[in-house]
Each structure stands twice: as structure tokens, then as C-alpha cells.
Ligand binder design. Structure first.
Ligand SMILES: [Zn+2]
Length: 108
């Protein structure tokens, strides 16, 4: 496996998530538009905010996993499952490069 390439891919994903989070954060906390006086409009805006916030939470979670994966690469245990210690497998890592679990341990 080309660890350099994986590292690069993770770094790119990380950068993309960080810029996405910056945008959603701005959307939620630095509204340049005053809150609408119309009640229905307000509800729509609130629903939209909740959606954006859940997307933000998701992106944060993914970002955490990417940070961990990068750390695992640096420490040399990227290829091994964090739970059982078995190899995660190239196919799985290619599909989910920031995972730290093998397919068996990832199952709920
Ligand atoms: Zn495992």
C-alpha cells in the first residue's frame, strides 16, 4: 500500500472538511441577514439551521476520524484494526481510508 498516497488523500479530505466547517459555522453563527419577521420564514430558517448543524456534527466526526487516521499512519499502526489488532485490509481502507476498524469490528 502506498502510505504516502493515503496520507495525501487524508490530508486533502481534512482540508476540504475544514473549509466546509468554516462555511457552515459562518452560516449558523454569523448570519448577515436579519432574522425574518415572518413567522413561517422563521420556522424554515430554524429547520435549515438544524440541518446545517447536524451536517456540521457529521463533518466534525469525520474530521476527528481523519485526524486519528493520520496519527495512526505516523505511529505505524494504520493497517491494523484498533480493536482486534488484525489487518483491516487494503480493500476496506481504500473504500474508507479513515477507518480504524476491520470489517468485523465495524459491524454494530
Ligand atoms: Zn477488528
Amino acid at each position: 500500500m502506498d502510505m504516502k498516497q493515503i496520507r495525501q488523500q487524508l490530508l486533502e479530505q481534512k482540508a476540504e472538511l475544514e473549509s466546509r466547517l468554516q462555511r457552515t459555522h459562518k452560516h449558523i453563527y454569523e448570519k448577515d441577514q436579519p432574522v425574518s419577521a415572518n413567522f413561517n420564514e422563521q420556522i424554515k430558517e430554524t429547520e435549515n439551521d438544524q440541518l446545517v448543524m447536524s451536517l456540521e456534527a457529521e463533518a466534525n466526526e469525520e474530521l476527528n476520524q481523519i485526524r486519528k487516521a493520520l496519527q495512526r499512519i505516523d505511529e505505524g499502526d494504520y493497517l491494523d484494526c484498533a480493536r482486534c489488532g488484525e489487518a483491516i485490509g487494503e480493500q476496506r481502507l481504500a473504500a474508507v481510508p479513515y477507518t480504524d476498524r476491520c470489517i468485523n469490528c465495524a459491524k454494530p
